[in-house]
Ligand binder design. Structure first.
Ligand code: ADP
Length: 397
């Protein structure tokens, strides 16, 4: 079976077309600037050159039609008939409390995703649009929803409740949900494979450190706590998001800077994080280079980022009552060697001793602690698309 994995954002859509016989990617691509001037699709077949197709792409309907056309194209396509698309797996950001697993999409599921769109107003509406268009263009092909929040639904109340009036939870669903669930689930599973132990016997801390970043405390394969909250703004310091903050700062900034709720939300989501601190960039490659040249604010941004991750490792090992393995994944986790070192520095008390030679790698499965460390730290590259494709295959079969 071949599966199309779709990740629809408001002005962009990413896709991968995966052959589930051997889990190989047949083609992948992205459409950018949907509904904006200068829209284009970049499509890369596994055994061919990347092509860029500029087009007027007013909406998601045209966008997804272009994806299908690219897959069918005589030159750069990878299939000859639309029927070869066995199923479509959709990344859906927010499942609220309704979904603890992936599901085949029917009217009821669609409505349930629609019901929680207020919790992810930037993400769920374009996810729903992708589902609608997919059903319109491929009515006989099953669609599956894979939720960013699902893996975290095992969290106990004591981890997901906020200490604000209980009615706000009842009335608006204000609680911790957590995100990047597909990634945390994938690397937790890989950690168990790496240690060759059943996941049921392991205490795992997963660090998904990308432009968006979050951590999870996983006990016996179940999430006990995670750092993102009602929205992806909470927790770690990110590319442009502030992460944990004294909540009193929000009304304080609003008053001082004369900002309305939308503006302060924008400041904390888009202008903060390591970008806001450093004034250089949201990208750790740029910030690292600036710090090396003596830029103090860049160094502060790196230090604050690492300190936050370290703090969560400590708190999650307390939540779990110990830790067997700390996993690093996503753009920074997989590639930023010095950042990993800095985070793990001083964690010898937890049994973690970094082996700098082993740590000198990017983007491959590798244990980075010394053989005599009681606790393992490892780099395990994530693959969210593959999780979506696997869940989709399992459900439609
Ligand atoms: P997202 O999916 O959230 O956009 P990624 O997981 O792709 O993010 O991570 C992107 C980030 O990874 C970049 O912004 C950059 O900070 C970091 N990154 C990627 N490659 C490297 C590298 N070689 N060294 C340091 N950081 C890197």
């Amino acid at each position: 079976m071949k599966i199309l994995v779709l990740n629809c954002g408001s002005s962009s859509a990413k896709y991968q077309f995966i052959n589930m016989e051997d889990e190989s990617v047949l083609a992948s691509g992205v459409i950018e600037r949907i509904g904006i001037d200068g829209a284009f699709l970049t499509h890369e077949p596994a055994d061919g050159e990347e092509v860029t197709i500029e087009n007027d792409i007013p909406d998601h309907n045209v966008a997804i039609k272009m994806v299908i056309d690219a897959l069918l194209d005589d030159d750069h396509g990878v299939i000859t008939d639309m029927d070869e698309i066995g199923a479509v797996g959709h990344r859906v950001v927010h499942g609220g409390e309704n979904f603890s697993e992936s599901v085949v999409i029917d009217d009821e599921v669609y409505d349930a995703i629609d019901d929680v769109k207020h919790l992810a107003p930037l993400h769920n509406p374009p996810n729903l649009l992708g589902i609608e268009v997919s059903q319109e263009l491929m009515p006989d092909t099953p669609d599956v929803a894979v939720f960013d929040t699902a893996f975290h639904q095992t969290m106990p109340e004591k981890s997901y409740m906020y200490a604000i009036p209980y009615e706000l939870y009842e009335d608006y669903g204000i609680r911790r949900y957590g995100f990047h669930g597909t990634s945390h689930k994938f690397v937790a599973g890989k950690a168990a494979e790496l240690l060759d132990k059943p996941i049921e016997d392991l205490k795992i801390i997963t660090c998904h450190l990308g432009n968006g970043a979050s951590m999870a405390a996983v006990d016996g394969g179940k999430v006990m706590d995670t750092s993102m909250g009602l929205t992806p703004l909470e927790g770690l310091v990110m590319g442009t998001r502030c992460g944990d903050l004294d909540p009193a700062i929000v009304p304080f900034i609003m008053e001082k800077e004369d900002l309305d709720p939308k503006e302060v939300d924008n400041l904390l989501n888009k202008k903060s994080g390591v970008a806001g601190l450093s004034g250089v960039s949201n990208d750790f490659r740029d910030i690292g280079a600036a710090a090396e040249e003596g830029n103090e604010r860049a160094q502060i941004a790196i230090d604050v980022f690492c300190q936050r991750v370290k703090k969560y490792i400590g708190s999650y090992s307390a939540v779990l009552g110990g830790v067997d393995i700390v996993v690093f994944t996503a753009g920074i986790g997989e590639n930023a060697i010095e950042i990993r070192s800095q985070i793990l520095e001083g964690l010898e008390y937890l049994g973690i001793k970094v082996d700098e030679e082993k740590n000198d790698i990017r983007g491959e499965d590798q244990i980075i602690t010394t053989d005599d460390s009681d606790t393992v730290a490892a780099v395990l590259p994530t693959n969210e698309e593959l999780v979506i494709a696997r869940d989709t295959k399992e459900l439609v079969e």
